[in-house]
Design a protein around this ligand. Sequence first.
Ligand code: GLU
Length: 275
Amino acid sequence: MPIRPPVFRFAPSPTGYLHLGHALSALLNFEEAKRAGGRFLLRIEDIDPTRCKPEFEQSIYEDLEWLGLEWETPVRRQSQHFDEYAAALGKLEAEGLLYASYETRADLARLITGRDPDGGPRYSREEGLSSEETKARELRGEPYALRLNMQEALSRIAAPLYWKDDEKVEAEPARWGDVVLGRKETPASYHLAVVLDDALQGVTDIVRGKDLYEATAVHRVLQELLGLPVPDYKHHRLLLDEHGKKLSKREKSTTLRDLRASGWTVANLRKAIGL
Ligand code: GLU
């Protein structure tokens, strides 16, 4: 049997300009793929129509070219694949693993006491709207999100689940509660789309920031439920600003396009991010 080359990917969301943290992620993936004789893919994660902008996507291509990266084409853009995410949702729904949740953001803030590993509300049905209120909103045709019944999901798969990172990690998906898999405005969510796309594109090695380490537990559950292969993971260090906070797309000072415009070279950048 011929040995398949490993497949790496960089999967930014065009919700802002790329910053130094993205450069670290993109370069680690690209260089690791090269070292391993593997493939490198770029994927545009643009399922959120309110936050994604064409100019940010355009800038991703320009920034990555400036960094000297080369990727396979055509680039997969998630907004062109909603039918695939909807099909996966349909499968999970048919298996009785999803339910409609009509809570607004304000409802969640008022009702939900638990926190998920990201600090967001850890949703459980008991804390959500009463069944009468849910029914009333359903009859009024209000928008709803589709949530995964996590407890039911875990009862159907062979837990505990693990993933390979720098070491073998035991997943703790229950800490996330009933996560949203289909959003009110789109038949997908980050968790669902990322897991499906990595499988569809044959990604074998996921190199991404430590901010997504905890989310891997949800991804492992979805891989089991949908019968998808499990890639190896590596969650790399995050770059922090001078206040010790994670770099964000909202801070202009470290965007690649601004650094480039102010005369930075790629060598300057590599030094700044410790490569
Ligand atoms: N699209 C995600 C982001 O920009 C990254 C997805 C991933 O690497 O799993 O944060």
